[in-house]
Design a protein around this ligand. Structure first.
Ligand code: KG4
Ligand code: ZN
Length: 383
């Protein structure tokens, strides 16, 4: 069957066309066309997503992207180009979600096809399987645990089978991505802050590494009696800070990143009493902040893996693009259980993941879909 999938929950407008086969037993997909219009530059001056601007941009982008995917697949020549429309119904920004839903309803009416509403977080979970143009959802060892880390969410989700979810932990305040974005703003970095902080932290990490390797080789060089060359090696970072690892001692699997963000704010205020934030100070703060987030995420994930005897770990959502998180998670869990991350392009919001989740839900529900009139945007929709 041919599926048109639509994503408008935040600041990315996405439309894809997927060919899906195999039903519940062996769901397989081919991506026939995929488009994404990012609004990052429009929201950057505000340091975050501005819902009404997002809505305006989605309304502008949707017809353009639709034309592109229909043209690419040559389905524009048919009266009924697709068999099913999958659209994100939540969670997300309601004005933004409505644009996709209204658009889906108009198309469904015009083409006389069903609509399946999709939970955006379920899309993120299933995004890890789309590595190539064609792919099959493999036999997965259950139970799985999904660490979902995005701009709006930080959740640990247990699943005993596909599409049967239980949220066992979540953030009590800011999401991990949100904390990255807010701390980036404090450091006068651009939006979205995650990749910017990550770049600074990585360069600080590299400097620390080279410095300690340099010290080692310099110490070795003392024994080179006749060496006339002067030895120069990279200096260690001139600044180092210490930030809290929040909620490590709570017995549940919940997170909290707002205290960590406030700790960064106080740290910056304290530094600024003495000196201006220079590049080196920013790098040291970014390093400590990223370490604090990653250590906290891994600590709770490890506890949940042990308690629920998890066989497969899925890490998804925008923050899963973070290279340090990826490296540390692989180092901690890879030899013990299966660990799955999305391809870089699919870590952040996209419509491919909505098509996958839409088909799997449609098959699970034996093709029963809600009356389109009843489909509405649900900003706080839960798994
Ligand atoms: O999943 P996503 O695209 O949108 C939501 O559903 O929220 O996630 C966006 C979030 C932003 O907060 C962004 O700063 C963060 O993902 N992000 C990162 C990285 N790339 C994106 N955070 C840390 N490191 C990254 N490399
Ligand atoms: Zn998302």
């Amino acid at each position: 069957m041919i599926i048109l999938s639509i994503e408008t929950s935040c600041d990315e407008t996405g439309i894809s066309i997927l060919k899906a086969t195999g039903g519940n037993k062996r769901p397989s997909f081919s991506i026939l066309a995929d488009t994404l219009a990012s609004q990052v530059e429009i929201h950057a001056p505000y340091g975050g997503v501005y819902p009404m601007l997002a809505k305006r941009e989605h309304i502008k982008n949707l017809p353009i992207l639709l034309e592109k995917v229909l043209k690419k697949t040559k389905l524009n020549k048919k009266d009924k180009p697709v068999d099913l429309i999958a659209v994100t119904s939540g969670p997300g920004l309601e004005p933004a979600l409505w644009t996709g839903i209204v658009f889906a309803k108009e198309l469904a009416k015009k083409w006389n096809v069903p609509i399946i509403p999709v939970n955006h977080m379920e899309g993120h979970i299933l995004s890890v399987f789309s590595k190539k143009k064609s792919f099959t959802i493999p036999k997965t060892k259950f139970p799985t645990l999904s660490l979902l880390v995005s701009g709006g969410h930080t959740e640990l989700v247990l699943a005993k089978d596909w599409l049967k979810y239980e949220v066992i932990g979540e953030t009590l305040d800011d999401a991990a991505g949100e904390a990255f974005d807010k701390v980036a703003r404090m450091l006068s970095l651009s939006y979205p802050g995650g990749p910017e902080i990550s770049k600074l932290a990585e360069s600080a990490r590299q400097q620390e590494k080279q410095a300690s390797e340099g010290v080692r080789s310099a110490t070795g060089a003392r024994f080179q009696k006749f060496s006339s060359k002067k030895i120069s090696y990279p200096k260690k970072l001139s600044f180092s800070y210490s930030l809290p690892r929040p909620m490590l001692y709570s017995k549940n699997f919940d997170f909290s990143f707002s205290g960590l963000k406030t700790a960064v704010l106080y740290l910056i205020k304290k530094i600024e009493l003495k000196e201006k934030l220079n590049e080196n100070i920013k790098r040291a703060i970014a390093l400590e902040f990223e370490n604090a987030v990653v250590e906290t995420l891994i600590y709770k994930t490890k506890k949940a893996i042990e308690k629920y005897k998890i066989k497969t770990l899925i890490v998804a959502g925008g923050v899963s693009a973070n290279q340090h998180l990826k490296k540390e998670i692989k180092k901690t869990f890879n030899k013990k259980i299966q660990v799955l991350f999305p391809a870089k392009k699919l870590a952040t919001d996209n419509s491919i993941m909505i098509g996958i989740a839409g088909y799997m839900q449609y098959m699970k529900k034996k093709k029963k879909v809600p009356n389109p009139i009843k489909i509405k945007a649900e900003g706080g929709l839960r798994l």
